[in-house]
Ligand binder design. Structure first.
Ligand code: PLP
Length: 413
């Protein structure tokens, strides 16, 4: 199609589109990070982050990607040789588990098939057997970005409570925070990690860690070596009062603007918007799955993610070819399958600064790419998505009715 003009439709599940307002807020000269202006901006960010995490506890900010917050979470609450129970969900739970092993921790995995959410009863049963409380922490990825499967954090908490187990509860909310509900205090989570480049609509570079009083207490005696990540050096009581190194001034100004946008839209409305765009995607994908077409990876409807939908290709068809065509012909950037899923799945991100027309354009391009590549699929997905969006907008009534009082624009002969 030659040169692709206009904006690229960027449909990754992080990084996500950065709103103009956030870009403009970062487009400014550096200021002294010890200045009152900057420190006030940082404090406001800390307060607003607490609202987004739904916590009264401290939320620590690091100049790092989500991987940094992962390592920080593990290093601060464990000692070498501690056993961590990893609720398996996909690529990201496996990687986090690898980080734990890298720090000298032992891990045990609660298996899943990567297509369904973790089973709370299975977790409860394992914790009940751990009568001497060897398991130090339960590690869970809330939204497994590699598969589009969501784990139920409240149910996992309830299973831990039923087992009466004192393990710390560590949650990766990197691709769910500010997109669908993350409720750190209600779940009595001890550590919740997040990153800037997802629901917070920022560039990559900041990561965040909500830490409960119990986690801070555990960090006092934990012996896993750490310096940059050490909460003890960053917190005064329940509040972050220092940073290691130069503070990320530009990113904090962007974050402040993004948090203001989140406050203006309201978390409930943000969750609703994500749910509607995700449901439109699922409606299209369900139709595409007919005629032996690509299948939604998450098999259980209840566990389908509101931020990313992963589609498993029929045998013999390359997901990366669909992505290549979508990019070259329609300037739509879809996300690849990770590690062992490369070529087998592609992922449609529907998170962050996104609206219905962007979503419809991306879905239509996706369907067109399936057609061009010659993948079998059921036709009519876009219509299903559009029909759903019409009903979600509550527009059915006005669309079908005619205002009799309006005179025709064509004069009769
Ligand atoms: N955890 C989840 C669920 C993710 O989606 C990602 C990144 O996509 C990460 C962890 C890693 O975060 P980062 O890339 O910011 O290091």
């Amino acid at each position: 199609m030659g040169v692709n003009r206009g904006r690229q439709s960027f449909q990754h599940p992080g990084p996500t589109n950065i709103p103009e307002r956030v870009l403009r807020a970062m487009d400014r000269a550096q200021i002294d990070y010890t200045s009152v202006e900057f420190q006030n901006t940082l404090s406001e960010c800390q307060e607003k982050l607490g609202h987004v995490f739904k916590t009264e506890h401290a939320v620590i900010t690091y100049a790092a990607s989500g991987h940094g917050a992962w390592e920080a979470a593990l290093a601060n609450v464990t000692s070498p040789g501690d056993l961590i129970l990893v609720v398996q969900s996909g690529f990201f739970s496996e990687k986090w588990s690898g980080f734990a092993e890298g720090l000298g921790l032992k891990t045990e995995t609660l298996e899943t098939d990567w297509r369904t959410a973790a089973d709370p009863a299975q977790l409860e049963e394992r914790l009940r057997r751990d009568t001497d409380h060897t398991i130090k922490a339960v590690m869970l990825v809330h939204n497994e970005t590699s598969t589009g499967v969501v784990n139920d954090c409240a149910e996992i908490r309830a299973a831990m409570d039923r087992a009466g187990h004192p393990a710390l509860y560590l949650i990766d909310a990197i691709s769910s925070l500010a997109c669908f509900d993350v409720n750190m205090d209600e779940w009595r989570a001890d550590v919740v990690v997040a990153g800037s480049q997802k629901g917070l609509m920022m560039p990559v570079g900041l990561s965040f860690t909500g830490v409960s009083a119990k986690a801070i207490e555990a960090s006092q005696n934990a012996t896993t070596p750490r310096s940059y990540w050490d909460w003890r050096r960053l917190l005064t009581g329940m509040r972050q009062t220092s940073f290691h190194g130069t503070q990320p001034v530009t990113l904090i100004f962007g974050l402040h603007e993004a948090l203001m946008m989140i406050e203006e839209e309201g978390l409930d409305q943000i969750f609703k918007r994500h749910n509607i765009l995700a449901e439109a995607t699922r409606r299209a994908a369900t139709i595409w799955s007919e005629n032996d077409g690509p299948q939604i990876v998450a098999t259980n409807i209840k566990s389908r993610s509101d931020t990313v939908t992963a589609l498993l290709m029929p045998d013999g068809y390359d997901a990366d070819e669909v992505r290549r065509i979508a990019l070259e012909h329609f300037n739509v950037c879809l996300a690849p399958g990770l590690a062992g899923l490369k070529g087998r799945i592609f992922r449609i991100g529907h998170m962050g600064d996104l609206n219905a027309s962007m979503m419809l354009g991306a879905l239509a391009s996706c369907e067109a790419a399936l057609e061009i590549v010659g993948v079998p699929y059921g036709k009519g997905g876009i219509n299903a998505a559009m029909t759903y969006l019409v009903s979600a907008a509550g527009a059915e009534a006005s669309l079908g009715s005619i205002d009799e009082s309006v005179s025709p624009i064509r004069k009769s002969a």
